[in-house]
Design a protein around this ligand. Structure first.
Ligand SMILES: Cc1cc2nc3c(=O)[nH]c(=O)nc-3n(C[C@H](O)[C@H](O)[C@H](O)COP(=O)(O)OP(=O)(O)OC[C@H]3O[C@@H](n4cnc5c(N)ncnc54)[C@H](O)[C@@H]3O)c2cc1C
Ligand code: SF4
Ligand code: SF4
Length: 374
């Protein structure tokens, strides 16, 4: 952290309005003065400052020395090397394109968990295991608004197996799961797992290394989701419905496997080319360099030859201990990453593509061009 005590003013000009802001909401949650709010209407997904306190660009608390928003932001200045060094006691090497960690494949042993999940149900199996074995008190997850038929993703808290199962599966619009943090704390949670894409799961590391108080301590486990982009809500009406006559209320599941896959209530299966979806890319994703959720304890994805398995990257000691405990309990089965060399090659390629998106004029770390590793 620089010695100049950067606060909202610097965050606003260097991240929020420069194109680097992902909308992760870490700054909003970290602000102790409640002067930051979050815009999630109209595809904006950005923090904003309440005009009552210094206007859009300034913050009177910051003028007095409050730096909590910049301490929490996982896109502020040298975020990547700071968080790498804190999490892994070293910076990544240039060929560690998808970050530091070991790849394997895993899936839930419980058929009920597997059935309702996106890929191998590993994330849900892990959360249930961690809740039932006193590793965590609550998890910040993504749920669906109302009865789910509108596919509006929203942050939520899971404390029970039933709540974990209700939140399973992937939504491809944004859900700033960190915003559920106050609800988890109000419910008495001290050890909280965060599930989210790379933009969100780098936040606890940023908060910990820059000493952002209690929040950093409570966010004790991070489960990452591999991600190359999320989409604006308009994709439902303007593309799926207008061009393919797929109504959002009829959709029961979506997945992305090189193409948008959509299953509907009538049992039909639809495919929408990804290149048609690109026009609906959420603004906060355009410059994101992190495909592989590089600062999570464990990152997970759906790429690879085996549809009902989750690709897992175990990154930290805590992640390794949890994997061991999951295996011993029989909650998951695993196989080596070597069983699917194509998945590892694709992981490398997609991570490399994302890293090139980081703007050349920003701090250089995430853009360093790596060696090709197979
Ligand atoms: C927006 C998005 C993009 C993704 N892109 C890729 C990709 O390009 N390549 C790839 O290999 N994998 C991608 N994934 C990850 C993949 O879809 C699965 O989430 C992952 O493989 C874990 O599967 P699972 O069966 O173990 O998880 P499950 O047991 O089904 O659990 C999934 C968890 O993800 C959470 N979640 C769902 N939607 C969101 C959301 N929008 N925001 C935050 N949390 C959410 C749920 O709350 C749940 O806890 C993406 C996921 C998301 C959400
Ligand atoms: S990236 Fe996250 S923490 Fe940083 S300004 Fe944007 S919303 Fe706030
Ligand atoms: S590409 Fe994924 S990880 Fe990056 S900002 Fe978008 S949602 Fe977050």
């Amino acid at each position: 952290m620089a010695l100049d005590k950067p606060h909202w003013k610097e965050l606003f000009s260097e991240v929020v309005t420069s194109g680097l802001c992902t909308g992760c909401a870490a700054c909003v949650v970290a602000c102790p003065h409640d002067v930051l709010d979050y815009e999630s209407e109209g595809g904006v997904y950005k923090p904003w400052h309440l005009d009552i306190d210094g206007g859009r660009e300034g913050c009177t608390h910051g003028d007095k020395g409050c730096t909590m928003c910049t301490r929490a932001c996982p896109r502020f200045r040298n975020w990547e090397s700071e968080i790498d060094t804190h999490r892994f006691a070293r910076e990544r090497t240039d060929d560690e394109v998808w970050g530091i960690g070991d790849v394997l494949l895993a899936r839930a042993s419980d058929p009920e968990v597997l059935a309702g999940s996106q890929d191998g149900g590993f994330v849900s199996a892990l959360l249930i295991h961690a809740l039932e074995n006193n590793v965590i008190d609550a998890a910040l997850v993504s749920t669906l608004e109302g009865d789910g038929s509108d596919w509006v993703a929203q942050p939520g808290v899971a404390r029970t197996r039933e709540q974990v199962l209700a939140s399973a599966g992937s939504r491809y619009t944004y859900s700033a799961n960190l915003l559920a943090y106050p609800e988890a704390v109000e419910g008495g949670a001290e050890r909280i797992a965060l599930v989210g894409m790379g933009c969100m799961v780098s936040a606890p590391g940023a908060m910990q290394v820059r000493k952002a108080g209690k929040i950093a301590r409570r966010l004790s486990l991070t489960i990452g989701l591999l991600c190359s982009k999320t989409f604006d809500d308009a994709i439902f009406e303007d593309l799926f419905e207008a061009k393919y006559q797929i109504r959002r209320a009829d959709i029961v599941k979506m997945n992305i496997k090189g193409i948008f896959q959509i299953w509907t209530r009538d049992g039909a299966f639809h495919e929408v080319p990804l290149k048609e979806a690109h026009a609906y890319t959420r603004e906060g994703c355009v410059h994101c360099p992190d495909f592989a959720a590089e600062h999570a304890d464990i990152s997970t994805g759906g790429i690879g030859a085996f549809g009902d398995w989750t690709l897992v990257i175990v990154r930290t000691d805590q992640g390794r201990a949890l994997m061991e405990s999951l295996r011993e309990s029989g909650a998951i089965e695993t196989r080596p990453g070597d069983d699917d060399p194509g998945a590892v090659a694709l992981l490398h390629k997609l991570a490399q593509v994302s890293r090139k998106r980081w703007p050349a004029e920003a701090v250089p770390g995430p853009r360093r061009l790596p060696l090709v590793r197979g």
